[in-house]
Design a protein around this ligand. Structure first.
Ligand code: AHR
Length: 378
């Protein structure tokens, strides 16, 4: 809106008008030699009033336009471009592991401004309550799409209904949720965690023996997460099939290196013999290795404790190549481009697959190559 408190704007308006060579005909007329003297006095007065009114009206008109221009410029001048960005709210689990960092990075890269997106990431610090608050905040902000990497599987229906009622499409990534109504989310993309567990157990059966006694220490991830549930179920099924296998300890290390070290220190003090460490991610395995180093216990290909790990991040693969981890099952975190593709489909009015599993491999320390490590993106 035009305001009187902007003399600078009025000045700029006239400068702009002159620059644009706008037809200030009335002024030109007034300044022309003899312009006023050619008329009788009454007519001259009328002409002067007309000129003054024209000048004022023109100034008002240009100032209003100028005010609008000034306001847009103060918003960064790229207001139109920013408005064109697709706003995506991403509720991320946290930053508990190398896998998680790679996952966040993959999302940032795929949802860059250059690609036409504004990505708002909210870190839940491994707490579901924070994720619920984040989703509510995204709804209040009226983002275009919501993406959730759920910490745990249970108790999502309430907040998902809120997002659905607001008409915001919600995509689930990485871990899964349990819901009474599959219509509350558009689709899910992530890993088959049970298959990862089965792959690990299959290797254990073939390589460590299915008929002999195996004492297993089991380090679980964050309890109630799909990654923990699937990998744990795989091991439980293996223990059921192999009567010689005994889980001597089962404890959560919350997917972090610090907790992995802490719980392993305790386990080592209590158990003089451990044959296998079944560890539900690389970071906990690194923490456990620190504990084993400090306790003087050996591990890996040439050691007393065989290590099974999950994720196969770059650092995890390096440890596998060095023979410290015997078998590492991949969990692929590069979901950014996949989720971006889903959003492009939705924009085009297409229906994405409801559930999509990413394909994953596993690495045996005796077969992994330097090329496998060099090819690792995360
Ligand atoms: O949900 C994937 C799991 O979460 C990864 O295995 C783990 O490292 C991460 O924190």
């Amino acid at each position: 809106m035009f305001s009187w408190a902007s003399p600078g704007c009025i000045l700029q308006t006239w400068i702009r008008a002159f620059k644009l060579k706008l037809p200030l005909l009335s002024l030109k007329m007034a300044s022309r030699e003899g312009a006023f003297t050619d008329f009788p006095e009454g007519v001259l007065m009328k002409k002067m009033v007309v000129v003054a009114v024209s000048v004022l009206a023109f100034t008002f008109g240009l100032c209003a336009a100028q005010e609008a221009y000034c306001a847009d410029a103060s918003k960064g001048g790229r207001q139109t471009d920013k408005d064109a960005l697709t706003v995506v709210g991403f509720s991320q689990v946290g930053s508990e592991s190398d896998w998680r960092m790679a996952n966040t990075q993959s999302m940032r890269k795929a949802f860059s401004e250059k690609n036409g997106y504004k990505l708002i990431i909210k870190d839940a610090q491994q707490r579901q309550s924070r994720q619920i608050a984040a989703i509510r905040d995204f709804v209040a902000q009226k983002v275009d799409y919501i993406v959730v990497a759920p910490v745990t599987e249970e108790d999502w229906d309430g907040v998902l209904k809120e997002a659905k009622n607001a008409g915001i499409p919600l995509i689930i990534v990485d871990r899964m949720i349990k819901t009474s109504d599959n219509g509350l989310y558009v689709c899910w993309i992530g890993s088959d965690f049970r298959k990862e567990g089965d792959t690990a157990v299959d290797w254990m059966e073939k390589n460590l023996g299915s008929d002999k006694e195996l004492l297993i220490a089991h380090l679980q991830g964050s309890m109630g997460s799909s990654a923990q549930i699937g990998r744990t179920e795989g091991l439980l099924a293996g223990v059921d099939r192999n009567p010689g296998w005994k889980v001597v300890e089962r404890v959560s290390g919350d997917f972090t290196q610090a907790r992995g070290k802490e719980v392993m220190e305790r386990i080592l003090k209590q158990h003089a013999r451990i044959d296998v460490l079944y560890c539900e991610n690389d970071n906990m395995a690194f923490g456990a290795m620190e504990a084993m180093n400090e306790a003087g216990r050996t591990y890996g290909v040439n050691g007393e404790i065989k290590i099974i790990s999950f994720d196969a991040t770059r650092a995890g693969l390096a440890a596998t190549l060095q023979g410290k981890i015997n078998y590492n099952v991949e969990c692929n975190p590069l979901h950014g481009p996949r989720v971006e593709e889903i959003i492009r489909l939705l924009k085009d009015g297409k229906v994405p697959e409801k559930l999509s599993y990413v394909s994953e491999r596993a690495f045996d320390a005796r077969r992994i190559t330097r090329a496998d490590l060099d090819a690792r993106e995360y």
